[in-house]
Unconditional design. Sequence first.
Length: 402
Amino acid sequence: MNEEFDVLIVGAGPAGSFAAERLALGGARVALFDGRPEGEPKACGGGVTAKALKAWPHLLDAVGRTVRELELYSPSGQRLHLKLDEPFAIYSRIAFDSYLRDRAQAAGAEVVSQKISARAISRTANGWSVQDASGATWSTKFLVAADGANSGIAKKLAGPLAAADMEVAFGYRAPLPEKAEAPTVVAFLPRWVGYAWAFPRLDHISFGIATTQEDFDHKALDELMWQFMVGYYQQRENIKAKMWSNVDTDAARAIEKNLRATAERYAARIPGLADKTWDKRRASGENWALLGDAAGFADPVTGEGIYYALRSAELFAAAFLEERPEEYEARWRKDFGGELRRASQMRRRFYGNFWGAPFTERMIEFARGHRGIKKVLGDLVAGEQGYVDLKRKLARKVLRPI
Ligand SMILES: Cc1cc2nc3c(=O)[nH]c(=O)nc-3n(C[C@H](O)[C@H](O)[C@H](O)COP(=O)(O)OP(=O)(O)OC[C@H]3O[C@@H](n4cnc5c(N)ncnc54)[C@H](O)[C@@H]3O)c2cc1C
């Protein structure tokens, strides 16, 4: 073989598949590689914000669940029920990723189930030569790395990221409660940066905690995760459990025992670039570009990365098809780079104090008694409210009558 491709993309997650689809539809010859074993899901909550669903309404055709109500908990366990004006969606990543990959293939991209090692990539006079795990060699003019948060290709092309540029998320996939509805929950952690979630999907619940890699203490956070999960099922069984403290009865212990026998653990990293890294780090160079997590594009406050994976794919594909791939760098910076950089600056403050208590505690406390603040929170969940003016907006609402 030695077929020449215009673009070879490593990684068929949301970023790689969406870029492949756009490029192929625009007439480029595209090869899309992924080494994930069939049926193995990418560790992810699978939450896709209203902002993303509005930008790409076809995502609603992927099999998932639409979420119209959300339970939010403060670090002390105060509860806030939010009815969302703009629903978001929760997908199983197997369903979401195959949906996007099938669209790329239907658009004309050649999809190859092979892993590509960074060591097997070398420059040629016309671009790149790439050897896949089976030993076959592929030639391409342009190389795109969309191989996720642990991207070996990004490390080779743009350099490694420090621990301070990473977040960690871990959790469990567990069965849906048998007798009760399964609410969607986000709970801000007591004493830690980050939050826990319960995202029910069609056939299971994804539980997880996202926090910073620097502060990660596995034992303490795993205990917190179990308190959260057991509390969640106890509440479904009408046991009066609080969010961060379980009830100790026979029925409660049976719930935990059952959960320990069925829950499957997962863990993975999410990029959460530090403020200064945004200025230094490049996501493109001569005949190469990085997309999505491989480029570090996730919200450092929430760990949300699917929107940025899709948006970076869209921006790159447009620049490439206009024969100006070098403009991708300036375009992502202008489009969402500033917003993510500001989110990095806000991370400590978001999880810091505000009027004598954790900001997240105050936010939920105020929202419980104030429609305007509830609305701001709804917009935050929808992906429509930035962090920069969040505190100012909340403070203004608090001081203003309902
Ligand atoms: C636990 C957890 C929960 C999360 N929850 C959410 C959430 O609810 N909402 C949200 O928006 N974001 C969430 N994120 C972040 C989100 O998962 C990522 O931002 C998003 O998946 C990035 O998409 P991507 O296409 O860039 O990379 P990925 O989705 O990671 O896709 C990369 C692809 O590359 C493939 N690959 C990797 N290496 C190679 C190789 N060497 N050769 C070939 N193929 C390779 C992988 O198999 C994978 O399919 C979460 C992350 C974690 C870890």
